[in-house]
Design a binder for this molecule. Structure first.
Ligand code: FAD
Ligand code: FES
Ligand code: FES
Length: 1330
């Protein structure tokens, strides 16, 4: 019908400028249009599926009916370009810029230190900006709601929230150092002006709404035009039709019943993108006004199916005050559910009709709509009909009774009746921005003044392929009195009715079943309360279940003043903002994929193995090569040089040739003229396999088959076997700890550009170790290293994940560039990145511990098995670090550790912040916890009894003083008021049966620097130009940790110039060669000394000039030096400590020094659902004298939150055939704003000095991550309290992460106990326990 027809012209505005597209492609999303066509690269790609918020922009539309302009935030990655006709888009570039005016939102997020790597910052800015356009003085709740859909992997959110808080009306904390005016804490004697603050909000630009971009008048005219026309846009593979009236829509649907209606595109979009669904025709009814109509009747309200969920929410909000409470039960339940559904950006576009028609098994709305007896009005060419949303409406996965040509025009939401109660309850893996695990809609109707149930409906989502009605359960309740007897019978019926096989898709079978019961019980608690409020019953009620607390409080950051004698120009020790925070907030900061395309540039997409262990019998690329735009397919045969990378003595193929050993292993790469064509080409590559027997996935399988990477390591001090003979008690336990995806916001990105002569290449890459990439590319292309220059401008987060695999990816990309002689870009999609690049090592820890009645641990024998995956990568080094930290803070006289890296057929795991220490700490602290439980004593007492004290020696015979560790511990206990909080927790637990609190305090001793001594070196190159400006180059890469900012501070101090004179452009192998990785928390220590060294050389060279002209300016000295032929360029070098570890002798000096810390966390746990909130966190860290407290506190908070994710939230799931299920933010949950501790205090230990590092500072990048385990142990304590109510005492197993599922099941409530556990071995679980 539409073939060959000339398309319409798409017209919209971006940042005040008109865009007309004659050939708008329906497959193009706004994000790629902005980035690739308009070159507005401030808007970032983070996931492509609406789950991360990096691509947030604001859309404004004129509403002719109300003559108003509406502004809403959207995810540009899911917004089809064709949807934008008549809209105005504002991107981060349109909000403000360093060239014109930085917007207050950009300024405040940057100056409050809310931008580290900066990759999430434009999205954060846009979410907050949109909020302020709608509400210039928001509440804190508005702020947290607005930011709920924006992920940040670096900051821990606290500084972002604090920056945004400055726009709020509420009284807020003055941010004074170490004191909170609201809490009445702090030193009243200290004059306010002398306390350093992390930022000075008095300096902020005021928010002036009159300065914002105006809505284009042309669009108002367009919108007011009568007789709008149908619009059609044709793309390469898809046609888009936007009817202008309902009649046209009905006709189109009649002619093309299979064509989907695209409204918010939040279901269709991900289906096309991730599942490869093809739709030749799309119908977009977003201009059909009838779908947006709202009308009220005496019985309820009809809401247009095209209304966005945000519009539905505000409509319901407006209705509430107009009616008595009894009439708005359903409205309130729906409103509450809408607040929890997805996130703001999703709700702003996703529609009511879309949610209903999508018929997700875990839709949040459908169970409430069904329970609330809602109806839909349907229209088609056959006429209109009204259909109730009930058990017959949902007929299977993603299916309803709608006929293919039927359209939902509106939804009827009835008012409730007196005696009717409606609730919507849900549980989700993360509290916000997450599909639910189980969700419900429940309604009960009582005869007036009675507790006898007249009518009831219970609907569940998440327990079947579609929304289901628990009709048998309802039948068991109706006509009976609402009491324990009825409910107890109902639970049994419910369990029989909602059956889930043990291998049900989605897993979590026991948890989901127990939730069906416990959510009904929660409903019961609310119903009883209501009946009592209405004086229908007078029973003594069980506790009232209030929601978990959620209000983020002002927090404290305490750090030391610089000495009064320090020059005001000297920035060292001051909280200087990250040097490119403003550019990051304005979207001007350039990341790898923001580099403009060069002429003829190609894009590369990898083809990966779909088998875990198999021979490749055929690789057929012919179909791919036929496709439009495909230029070449790179295989192992094309590699001119070394085809493997060698690590820890093992070889890893760059591209698999004969055999594959995991799903996700790279086999070949398709190079094409565009991203889209390369993806299409990759999909067309055909690989045939012959499976090899017995793939190994779990550590148990690896142990059974002795599948290890050698060497396995052992360390022992004292005589463990002997010691076990004389202890009072022995306990044996084990804990399993899951891996962790790095989830850097910027996926792996690189661009390899052939210079055009003498096989020279420029490699622009997002890598923590440019030298490794340089070496690897040179070896791969068989050229000398001097022909390869690696450039790293900045990295959008790395966390250890951008070292080894990045180098391999760069090798493959360089082969493509070499072979085609074209620039080749490779930027991984989030799903591919997660699939290919590996994660933190999962660990199985087993221990035997011997202790005395008084709590002294005399002997421990600990074994670690890490799941290393299909290649060794750095796994042997991880294993070593694991064993070096088995003492953590404790002096266990007889201590043995054994560790092995298991070789499995899963994607190879790699370095991750902490490099094994977070795993060790979990196992060791769990062991200590078990000792405490076995003795029935508080865990902190056992920790204290066993801590190092006085001059000490580690189990590898390294001497150290634990004094500052003990100071951190004591200070932490004091600052958090530990004793009284512990008492309060106990009291809380006595008063609450279904909610429990837990508090835990954890110490850390973390070794800094590389045990591989040669890595402890760094170099720098400093140029002073004739105008006095200084260019510093050093070996560290800027990945958000602020190393460039600190180097700028170092250079500023050493050259006695203001920091503004010092610039750092990039890290490049041509300016500083043979660099070491930015890792091991050692970047500042090493590079700082090298920069200092270079600057001191230069400063000394200027000395004679200064002496001649002491009153001269810096610029005059520099000019004079030039004329006197003094070199204004110098290199600096730092030869770090000679560290070693002798594994044969089991002794060494593997660290330069230790960073110490302690962390106390308190949590509140909902035992019925496993939901949990960290109510308070206090962290004390000894980092010597901080070079930059804001950067260091940023590292502490960010690492803590990453640890919180590791230990309580983040779960990698693999299918029984070894396929990673969790390949995006929809399935893999990292902490979001909703996970920030409600009070989050950080204190830098005062009066600490460190002779081993620059300016007496200490490395801080990694240590605090392990302290996130305090949340785990607080949860464990809360669980223990719940278990004790069920009569269970003593040690119990709880694996990490302590997800809601694990916490809830461990609570052993009467509901979880009703679920019969599935017999292991009797079924194939949905996911592996690796
Ligand atoms: C990141 C993310 C998080 C999410 N979180 C949640 C969550 O927590 N809870 C939850 O319940 N949902 C969640 N969702 C799902 C979201 O609510 C639905 O995708 C959305 O409501 C669908 O509406 P839409 O307008 O975007 O539909 P579209 O994608 O535009 O269309 C979806 C389908 O509905 C059909 N359709 C649309 N409108 C009509 C109509 N009027 N008549 C007939 N058929 C129609 C289309 O033909 C199409 O098949 C999430 C989605 C994303 C992307
Ligand atoms: S890139 Fe759009 S939400 Fe992640
Ligand atoms: S600063 Fe937020 S992701 Fe890096």
């Amino acid at each position: 019908m539409f073939a060959g027809k000339e398309g319409d012209v798409l017209c919209f505005f971006v940042n005040g400028r008109k865009v007309t597209e004659k050939h708008a492609d329906p497959e193009t999303m706004l994000l790629s249009f902005l980035r690739e066509k308009l070159r507005l690269t401030g808007t970032k790609y983070g996931c492509g599926g609406g789950g991360c918020g990096a691509c947030t922009v604001m859309v404004s539309r004129y509403q002719p009916a109300t003559k108003t302009i509406v502004h809403y935030s959207v995810n540009a990655c899911l917004l089809p370009l064709c949807q934008l006709h008549g809209a105005a888009v504002t991107t981060v570039e349109g909000v403000g810029s360093t060239k014109s005016r930085v917007h207050p939102v950009q300024e405040r997020i940057a100056k409050a230190h809310g931008s580290q790597c900066g990759f999430c910052t434009p999205g954060m800015v846009m979410s907050m900006y949109t909020l302020l356009r709608n509400k210039p003085q928001p509440s804190m709740e508005d702020v947290t709601q607005a930011l709920a859909g924006n992920l940040c992997r670096c900051t821990g959110y606290r500084p972002i929230v604090d920056g945004c808080r400055t726009f709020c009306q509420e009284a807020d904390c003055c941010q004074a150092n170490g004191s909170c005016c609201l809490n009445g804490e702090g030193d009243a004697d200290e004059p306010e002006h002398e306390r350093p603050r992390l930022f000075e909000k008095e300096e902020f630009l005021p928010l002036d709404p009159t300065q914002e971009l105006i809505f284009p008048p042309e669009l108002i005219l367009m919108a007011e035009t009568a007789n709008p026309q149908k619009l059609t846009f044709h793309g390469e593979r898809m046609t888009w039709v936007s009817p202008a009236s309902l009649e046209e829509l009905i006709q189109l649907k009649a002619e093309h019943p299979q064509a989907p209606l695209v409204m918010g595109n939040t279901n269709i979009g991900p289906d096309i993108k991730f599942k490869g669904v093809r739709h030749p025709l799309i119908i977009s009814p977003s201009r059909v006004t009838q779908l947006f109509e709202v009308s009220q009747t005496a019985q309820g309200v009809w809401v247009g199916a095209g209304c966005s969920l945000s519009e539905v929410h505000s409509l319901l909000q407006q209705l509430l005050p107009q009616f008595p409470e009894e009439r708005t039960e359903l409205i309130r339940a729906l409103k509450q559910q809408l607040e929890n559904l997805g996130n703001q950006q999703i709700r702003n576009v996703a529609t009511l009709g879309g949610n209903i028609a999508s018929a997700y098994p875990n839709s949040d709305l459908n169970p409430v709509l069904a329970a609330g007896s809602c109806r839909v009005s349907l229209v088609s060419s056959s006429g209109r009909r009204e259909v109730p949303i009930n058990q017959d409406f949902f007929v299977g996965f993603g299916k309803t009774i709608l006929k293919p040509d039927e359209i939902v025009t509106s939804v009827f939401i009835p008012f409730s009746r007196k005696g009717e109660f409606v609730r919507a309850l849900r549980q989700a893996p993360r509290k916000e921005s997450s599909f639910p695990t189980v969700t419900t809609g429940m309604r009960v109707f009582f005869s007036e003044g009675s507790r006898v149930v007249q009518d009831i409906s219970l609907y569940y989502g998440g327990v079947a392929p579609s929304t289901v009605s628990a009709s048998k359960t309802c039948a068991a309740i109706v006509g009976r009195s609402w009491d324990d007897e009825t409910l107890n019978r109902a639970y049994d019926v419910l369990l029989g009715e909602l059956f889930l096989p043990p291998s049900a898709p989605g897993g979590k079978v026991e948890f989901r079943l127990s939730l069906t019961l416990s959510l009904l019980f929660k409903f019961n608690l609310e119903v009883l309360q209501k009946l009592r409020d209405m004086n229908v019953i007078t029973d003594e009620l069980p506790e009232r279940m209030l929601p978990l607390p959620r209000e983020i409080q002002p927090s404290l950051q305490e750090f030391q003043l610089v000495s009064k004698d320090q020059s005001t120009q000297d920035p060292v020790g001051r909280p200087i903002m990250h040097r490119s925070a403003i550019s990051q907030a304005t979207g001007e900061a350039v990341y790898c994929d923001d580099i403009p395309k060069t002429e003829g540039e190609l894009f590369m997409v990898l083809v990966t193995s779909s088998r875990a262990h198999a021979k490749i019998t055929e690789l057929d690329v012919s179909a791919a090569l036929q496709l439009p735009g495909v230029v070449d397919v790179i295989t192992a045969k094309d590699i001119p040089g070394k085809k493997v990378r060698t690590m820890c003595g093992y070889e890893e193929e760059l591209l698999a040739e004969a055999e594959v050993s995991c799903i996700g292993q790279m086999v070949c790469a398709v190079v094409a003229d565009s991203r889209t064509h390369a993806k299409q080409g990759a999909a067309a590559v055909k690989i045939k396999y012959e499976d090899l027997p017995d793939p190994i996935f779990t550590v148990e399988e690896a142990i059974e088959k002795s599948s290890f990477y050698e060497p396995r390591r052992v360390i022992e001090t004292g005589s463990v076997t002997e010691a076990f003979k004389s202890v009072d008690q022995i306990f044996e336990g084990e804990i399993r700890m899951g891996g962790q995806e790095h989830f850097y916001m910027e996926t792996q990105s690189m661009l390899v550009v052939p210079v055009g002569e003498e096989t020279e290449f420029n490699v622009y890459i997002s890598s923590q170790w440019p030298t490794l990439t340089q070496d690897a590319v040179a070896e791969t292309l068989d050229i000398p290293s001097n022909r390869v220059t690696c450039h790293v401008k900045r990295i959008g987060g790395a966390f250890g994940g951008k070292v080894t695999k990045t180098a391999i990816l760069a090798c493959i990309t360089s082969v493509a560039a070499w072979k085609t002689n074209k620039a080749v870009r490779c930027v991984l999609e989030r799903g591919d990145d997660m699939l290919i690049t590996g994660a933190r090592h999962p660990v199985l820890g087993k221990y035997k511990v011997g202790f005395m009645k008084d709590g002294r641990i005399m002997a421990a024998d600990i074994q670690f098995f890490t799941n290393a995956g299909n290649t060794v990568d750095e796994s042997v080094l991880v294993v070593e670090k694991i064993l070096l930290h088995i003492d953590n803070a404790y002096n266990i006289p007889n201590l043995r550790g054994r560790a092995a890296a298991c070789r499995t057929n899963l994607p190879s795991n790699t370095a991750f912040r902490g490099f094994g220490v977070p795993q060790t700490l979990m196992v060791v602290e769990n062991m200590v916890n078990d000792v405490a439980m076995a003795l029935g004593r508080p865990a902190d007492e056992i920790r204290e009894i066993n801590m190092y004290s006085g001059p000490s020696t580690t189990h590898y015979k390294m001497e150290f003083s634990p004094e500052n560790m003990l100071r951190c511990w004591e200070e932490c206990k004091t600052k958090c008021d530990y004793s009284s909080r512990r008492r309060a927790v106990e009291e809380f637990n006595q008063q609450n049966r279904w909610k429990k609190r837990g508090v835990a305090i954890i110490p850390i001793k973390y070794g800094i620097a590389f045990a591989e001594s040669f890595l402890n070196q760094a170099a720098a190159l400093v140029h002073i130009y004739k105008d006095g400006s200084v260019l510093v180059s050093h070996g560290g890469t800027e990945m958000g940790q602020g190393v460039h900012t600190k180097m700028q501070q170092v250079a500023s101090r050493e050259l006695h110039v203001p920091p503004s004179k010092v610039y750092i452009s990039e890290t490049s192998t041509s300016t500083v060669p043979n660099t070491c990785p930015s890792a091991a928390s050692f970047g500042t220590d090493a590079n700082g000394m090298a920069v200092k060294n270079a600057c001191q050389t230069l400063y000394q060279r200027l000395e004679p000039i200064r002496q001649k002209n002491p009153k001269g300016s810096w610029e005059s000295w520099v000019r004079a030096a030039f004329f006197e032929k003094i070199s204004l360029s110098a290199t600096g070098f730092h030869r770090g400590p000679d560290l070693y570890m002798d594994w044969d002798k089991m002794e060494g000096q593997p660290y330069a020094y230790f960073t110490f810390g302690a962390c106390c966390c308190e949590v509140e746990l909902d035992c019925l659902t496993g939901d949990c909130r960290t109510v308070r966190t206090d962290i004390v860290v000894d980092i010597g004298r901080s070079i930059n407290p804001s950067v260091d506190i940023g590292q502490i908070e960010g690492a803590f939150m990453q640890g919180l994710g590791l230990y309580t939230l983040e779960e990698l799931k693999f299918s029984p055939s070894g396929l990673l299920y969790t390949r995006g933010p929809s399935q893999y949950k990292i902490p979001a704003v909703c996970d920030v501790p409600l009070q989050f205090n950080v204190y830098l230990l005062p009066d600490s000095h460190n002779p081993h590092a620059i300016y007496s500072s200490k490395g801080i990048g990694e240590p605090v991550l392990s302290l996130g385990s305090a949340v785990f142990f607080a949860i464990k304590e809360a669980v223990a309290a719940a278990r004790s109510d069920s009569g269970l005492v003593g040690p119990f197993p709880l694996d990490s992460p302590a997800t809601p599922e694990r916490a809830c099941l461990a609570c052993a409530s009467p509901f979880t106990q009703k679920i019969p556990p599935s017999k292991p071995g009797s079924f194939k679980p949905w996911a592996l326990n690796i």
